[in-house]
Design a protein around this ligand. Sequence first.
Ligand code: NCD
Ligand code: ZN
Length: 346
Amino acid sequence: MRITITRPDDWHLHVRDGSVLPHVLAHTVRRFARAIIMPNLTPPIVHVADASAYRDRIRAALPAGAEFEPLMTLYLTDATSPNEIERAAEAPFVHAVKLYPAGATTNSAEGVTRLAHVYNVLEKMQRLGLPLLIHGEVTSRDVDVFDREKVFIDETLSKLVNEFPALRIVFEHISTREAADFVREAREGVAATITCHHLLYSRSAMFAGGLRPHYYCLPVLKREAHRQALIAAATSGNPRFFLGTDSAPHAREAKQSACGCAGVFTAHAGIELYAEVFEAAAALDRLQPFSSEFGADFYRLARNRDTLTLERKSWRVPESYPFGDSAVQPLRAGEQIQWQLVARNT
Ligand code: NCD
Ligand code: ZN
């Protein structure tokens, strides 16, 4: 069996920087036409000038002949100025601003410590129509790691959505039933990305026969009931839910460590893994809108014109892929994936 869909976009992606950049990008550009590039480098991408330079490095690292557009974002800090937001809104290559609560995840130390510090910036973004992308987890050590997304909704997000009634918001990589419900019922202008790993695995995968660091990401995988709620949201045909892989590569030794990094690498099968989910839910006809339409519409960008063909034929994922001088272990390393890429047609 084959399916052909409009070429998809990835609305949440980490490509890193430096020597790993060409290795990481090669996987994404084979599948996706565009991707929202996360700004959590060290140091983070906080100014439009940083985003412009990073974009140049990404473009220089693309395989010859690749047709791929990096959609850049800024990293919001307590010190971000409304003037920088004005410059961002004017820059054609900046498409959003990312809010990391300080300490929430990889390279978030310079994130926002108190929302009160960025109110004038959010006000400006609301006025200029620049979307705010949110890592929606509280950072308090007193809150159980499995509850941090739900508590963020109750303590922060619901208030934010009301106080800035016209701010366009993407609740990134949602991982709970509460988040899916919140987005479905929220006012206009609130959307969410959903990763393939949160659709494919529940938290038991992290502990199957032993501790499995390659399933560790943030937000952390949740109970099966949450996974079912995410599948229902992704396959519902509701345009508020769209694809964002959150593919987040780390060198194998950084994952397999006494204090392993958070992040799952899925760019090697960034559309194929979603095809598995949609097939299992008997919703393959909804894969194209979720992957190739709703995100573009939210970001007010034209949908892609070219197509991608996938075949229902299993293949074995390599144990690792090159990652600079190291290697990155992909999701399903050494195991089968049920769908494969056949062709891209222009
Ligand atoms: C991301 C990373 O490694 O940059 N990690 C992750 O587990 N998703 C950061 C993020 O998106 O939270
Ligand atoms: Zn991410």
